[in-house]
Design a protein around this ligand. Structure first.
Ligand SMILES: [Zn+2]
Ligand SMILES: [Zn+2]
Length: 298
């Protein structure tokens, strides 16, 4: 048996809407065998792919969790830049997008918005028309939404708040292993259900210092997310080989600074004692008999 790992997950962006230089918008790369899937395309996803040496045109499908702009702002860049016929791009096949209801309207409007660029590049640079075509699939309930060459992705509904629908998480299965990504959600039973038996459970999280907890604007945001204690309780129940945080929402105000990563770990430890990683941009996880963490080289 080869020792080379062929199931790898890389956090391209671990941030949220705040335009932090060290935490780009939410985006996660899944590499399984020869396939490459992107889950969400937040701000800077193309830059992170470039840093990894993954041609932007090599993405087999973009899977969307929901339609908050922090998860979609990078789509035009992945789609259009990935079409350039350079070694870092090179897509000649249609751009494949899979998402809950809303993906079709989003992509059709992007096609309209960038119609002139597309027309110009076809005429001027002779870029292949098929490479900028968009193929969209939508779904509206839990179930398998991608299955190819042993790689299977199951979507499951999560709860990101009453007004923020649809919102989904994903369970990715390959080679007898499973990785689960919560998507943006309040503490939700479906994450525990689909997270059962996973090798790696990647959860979103939000944290704020106690001084700000009673502020209405903070409560509004926290009501859309999972606290560290709650995420810890999900980890404790599902017992993944490794639990990791992404989509780190560190709330603050003009006078109260954000909580620290140590605060986040301490709060999680109130409910969970198992293996835990605080995600960073370009952190990779190699999924095999165990889950190996590969830290970004700085
Ligand atoms: Zn988000
Ligand atoms: Zn969101």
């Amino acid at each position: 048996m080869s020792t080379k790992c062929d199931f790898r997950v890389t956090l391209l962006g671990t941030g949220a809407p705040t335009p932090l230089p060290d935490r780009f918008g939410p985006s996660t790369l899944i590499e399984a065998g020869d396939q490459k899937l992107l889950i969400d395309a937040g701000r800077g996803a193309t830059i992170r792919l470039y840093q990894l040496g993954v041609p932007i045109g090599r993405i087999d499908a973009l899977l969307l969790t929901h339609y908050h702009s922090d998860h979609t702002a990078g789509i035009p860049d992945v789609w259009l830049t990935g079409w350039l016929q350079s070694d870092f791009a090179g897509r000649k096949e249609p751009f494949h997008v899979i998402g809950p209801i809303g993906a079709k309207i989003l992509m059709s409007h992007l096609e309209r918005a960038y119609a002139l660029d597309i027309k110009i590049r076809i005429e001027d640079e002779k870029l292949p028309r098929e490479g900028i075509a968009v193929q969209v699939e939508e779904f509206d309930h839990d179930g398998t939404i991608y299955e190819r060459e042993g790689l299977k992705v199951i979507a499951f509904e999560v709860d990101h708040g009453v007004a923020i629908k649809p919102a989904y998480g994903y369970r990715i299965e390959y080679g007898g292993h499973a990785v689960v990504i919560s998507g943006d959600t309040r503490c939700n039973e479906n994450v525990a259900k689909y997270g059962a038996g996973s090798d790696l459970l990647i959860h979103e999280v939000a944290i704020v210092r106690p001084e700000l907890e009673s502020e209405p604007f903070i409560q509004r945001i926290m009501a859309h997310h999972t606290t560290a204690r709650e995420a810890g309780s999900i980890f404790a129940r599902t017992k993944p080989k490794l639990a990791a945080f992404t989509h780190l929402v560190f709330l603050a105000s003009e006078h109260v600074p954000p909580a620290s990563v140590d605060d986040l770990i301490a709060a999680t430890r109130e409910t969970y004692a198992g293996p835990l990683e605080i995600g960073e941009d370009l952190m990779s996880f190699e999924i095999g008999e165990s889950v190996r963490v590969v830290r970004p080289i700085v």
